[in-house]
Design a protein around this ligand. Structure first.
Ligand code: NAG
Ligand code: NAG
Ligand code: NAG
Ligand code: NAG
Ligand code: NAG
Ligand code: NAG
Ligand code: NAG
Ligand code: NAG
Length: 698
């Protein structure tokens, strides 16, 4: 600072009168004071600016592109169409309260990471964009820094229809309301009962049960009718829930908590990662999601397989009692088969990897018939080893099994009422060891095995893996991948979990529900459609549940056949009524018709093996709002509409026939009926008309 304000007035120039000098001095003093005040203000302003600069959040919104915008301050994500119409709104990082945020600084690269947000001491959010899918898919990944932080993102369902499994026993095609009383709360208000179905996020663990007891095919993917797909393909455990109040939100919550605070240098804990794709409509977004998955799975892909829909049914040896009747049926040509499923307990003990010799004796005849009739044998395999099995010791010694949190193998898993160990599918040496034993069985010409059924094991979530980066969610995927590297083998999955990169058959058990006085299989079509859009086109209609019923009437079995023959493969239950000549004749009529369906199906499958074979009613016209609500009809390809009767006793039903020209399917070569949709019609299966199905007319 120039000139101190404390300077004394002295005569500094004798040639100038003192009075003038004094005046000069005063003016100078004032000027100095003025400057000082200005400077002070300047300093204060600078300080304020510095403080503001320091505390300023440098990003207001991340515009991943014009149609995918995250507004950081309010933590909302908005996905828009090219016409700027909102498709999806989300609240991201619901557990982050007001906290300073900025772009992520990459110390190594000495630059800000694009599309990365850093909440001071809390978490990172990274968004990656799949350029190969024309700007339609984004992957969001959370990393937590602060102990106790849990990533949770919620999305508004809005007025759209959503598809994808959510909670047990809830309708999901489309997702319907949660039933009150099960998870919801009921308030009494006078005489009326107010149903308030608020779902507490913490209390509705959907995926947290996966796969501790996975009873159904689970693939974590959800589709919204506005053209949105959300799917999780990371290995971090998570929970799915939804809020069925007016807020109608669907939430994905990480199950991995940050255990202790981490610094920026240490990096965050991977907590949650999932992908959102958008498209013009449901069908378009299905293809975008498929493309994205394929680019992600490219590294997993090994040998491409030629695998096709199967004309003849599958038969299963469920127990030893089935061997003689099956032998008789196949030998006499009363039945044909594409595959024969060998009994699941073909070893003396799980983990022997050798046939039980007594059982083999009994199976010999059946196996030779399959060879003569061009039917393959399916060997059911698991990665489970009971503690007294032949290979258990060897596996233990070499460290081939999963370990629990105490690093112990024994009594690790209970499976089919036995205790034992499970192969560590993340250990390449262990997998090699295991598959070598499978190969010995495949190569032994006395067995005629050319397919494997991979039995599902619920891997404990606290298991320790050889590859520490893997979790229980990776298990099935890795095991499928390695098994699919076995050449010339068809794979059948007992249960679908997550995504697979190879086309495989997957079993879909027909569950029979008691509805009033009827027996219905009303759940099978929604499951089939859901598997289809989850990337599993080759679905086996598995009728083995019928075998568990005390008494199956001819009509119930016929109803089942009437829809099972439209599946890419079907497994016939071993029922006593298969000895009834009328039933056999009926079955042969349907099987004859199936030749036509199969050749059509194969044509479709070669043309577009990216698409589901069994398709939802919205597939032809994804914007058809009536079609979006239908869960008891389906298309085979684009041209065959199937509307089976799903209950016994019942012989007629209502059918929604979408726009277009349609021709009724008749099995008796009598005149078919041609009519125009859209229409709602009633039809029955009386008389010669055995099926309710329609071909699209060109
Ligand atoms: C569910 O929505 C209601 C409002 O409709 C809201 O008060 C509640 O917090 C929401 N629950 C969760 C877990 O988001
Ligand atoms: C994008 O596509 C190109 C050509 O199709 C391919 O070479 C590249 O590996 C793909 N990138 C990713 C990330 O999949
Ligand atoms: C069984 O049927 C197939 C075709 O349906 C026929 O080729 C074969 O000769 C028949 N075998 C016997 C033993 O009847
Ligand atoms: C094939 O299986 C038979 C019957 O179990 C067995 O005796 C034979 O040793 C096996 N052959 C080979 C090459 O493993
Ligand atoms: C686990 O992941 C980390 C970070 O991605 C990587 O550095 C490490 O090599 C991985 N370990 C294995 C066994 O793949
Ligand atoms: C697989 O099948 C093809 C043709 O059916 C055959 O040429 C090839 O040798 C088989 N490969 C193995 C490993 O069995
Ligand atoms: C099938 O019927 C049962 C019994 O009425 C019912 O609980 C279930 O929701 C139905 N499923 C579908 C998909 O309609
Ligand atoms: C055609 O329909 C008539 C009456 O429904 C029936 O009597 C006749 O057997 C059918 N023709 C054939 C070839 O099934």
């Amino acid at each position: 600072m120039s000139g101190s304000p404390t300077m004394e007035p002295t005569a500094y120039d004798a040639s100038i009168p003192i009075a003038v000098q004094a005046q000069e001095n005063k003016r100078r003093k004032r000027r100095i004071m003025k400057i000082a005040v200005y400077v002070m203000f300047g300093i204060i302003a600078l300080g304020v600016f510095a403080i503001w600069l320091f505390h300023k959040d440098s990003v207001e919104s991340i515009r991943f592109n014009a149609n995918f915008v995250f507004t950081v301050k309010v933590q909302t994500l908005e996905i828009k169409t090219d016409d700027q119409e909102g498709l999806l709104y989300g609240e991201l990082g619901r557990n982050i309260k007001a906290a300073p945020f900025s772009s992520c600084w990459d110390a190594d690269a000495k630059a800000y990471e694009p599309n990365c947000l850093y909440w001071k001491h809390k978490a990172y959010l990274r968004v990656s964009h799949d350029d190969n899918v024309t700007g339609s898919c984004y992957t969001l990944s959370w990393q937590g820094l602060q102990s106790g932080f849990i990533a949770e993102d919620c999305f508004y369902l809005q007025q759209y229809n959503w598809y994808g499994y959510l909670l047990p026993d809830e309708e999901f095609w489309p997702i319907q309301g949660i039933q009150v009383g099960k998870h919801g709360i009921i308030y009494e208000a006078g005489a009326a009962i107010v149903h308030l179905t608020t779902i507490q996020i913490d209390e509705v663990p959907y995926y947290s049960r996966y796969p501790e007891q996975q009873q159904v095919n689970l693939v974590p993917t959800w589709f919204g009718s506005q053209g949105i797909a959300i799917f999780v393909h990371s290995s971090y455990p998570f929970t799915i829930s939804w809020n069925n109040t007016e807020k109608r939100q669907f939430c994905i919550t990480s199950e991995l908590e940050v255990l202790e605070d981490r610094t920026e240098e240490e990096g965050g804990v991977d907590q949650l990662s999932y992908t959102i794709c958008k498209g013009k409509d449901l069908k378009d977004v299905y293809y975008n999601a498929q493309k994205h998955r394929h680019s992600w799975e490219a590294e997993l892909k090994k040998t491409p397989h030629t695998i096709e829909p199967l004309l003849w049914p599958l038969h299963a040896v469920m127990s030893r009692d089935d061997i003689v009747p099956l032998f008789a049926a196949l030998r006499s040509n009363r039945s044909r088969c594409s595959f024969l499923l060998l009994p699941e307990e073909w070893e003396t003990r799980f983990g022997d990897m050798q046939f039980d010799q007594l059982l083999l004796q009994e199976l010999r005849g059946l196996m030779s018939v399959t060879k003569e009739t061009g039917c393959g044998c399916v060997l059911p395999i698991s990665t489970f080893f009971t503690f007294n099995s032949r290979l258990f010791e060897e596996g233990i010694e070499n460290g081939y099994f999963l370990r629990d949190e105490l690093n112990l193998v024994t009594k690790m898993v209970r499976w089919r009422d036995r205790e034992g160990a499970v192969l560590d599918a993340t250990n390449p040496e262990a997998v090699h060891w295991y598959l070598d034993r499978v190969k010995l069985l495949l190569q032994n010409s006395s067995y005629n095995i050319n397919a494997l059924k991979l039995l599902h094991i619920d891997v404990p979530r606290d298991a320790n893996f050889y590859d520490g980066n893997m979790t229980f969610l990776d298990y099935s995927r890795l095991f499928y991948r390695d098994a699919s590297a076995l050449l010339n083998v068809t794979l059948i999955l007992e249960q679908a979990t997550g995504f697979v990169s190879e086309p495989v058959f997957v079993s879909l058990r027909t569950e029979i529900n008691d509805v009033h006085d009827a027996q219905c299989f009303n759940d099978t079509i929604p499951w089939a459609l859901n598997l289809g859009i989850s990337g599993y086109p080759l679905i086996i209609a598995d009728g083995s549940e019928l075998q568990k019923l005390p008494d199956v009437s001819v009509q119930l079995f016929q109803r089942w056949l009437q829809f099972a023959i439209f599946f890419p493969a079907f497994e016939i239950p071993n029922l006593p009524l298969l000895n009834n000549p009328d039933v056999v004749a009926y079955m042969n009529t349907l099987l004859n018709f199936r030749r036509e369906i199969i050749s059509y199906m194969k044509k479709q499958w070669t043309l577009e093996n990216e698409a589901p074979i069994l398709r939802s009613m919205w597939w032809r016209n994804p914007m058809d709002s009536t079609a979006q609500l239908i869960s008891d009809q389906f298309f085979v390809g684009d041209e065959l509409l199937v509307a089976p009767i799903l209950c016994h006793p019942a012989s007629e039903r209502t059918i929604y026939v979408p726009p277009g020209k349609w021709e009724t399917v008749r099995l008796d070569n009598n005149k078919t009926l041609i009519f125009d949709g859209p229409k709602t019609v009633r039809a029955s299966v009386f008389g010669a008309r055995l099926l309710i199905a329609f071909w699209a007319k060109k």
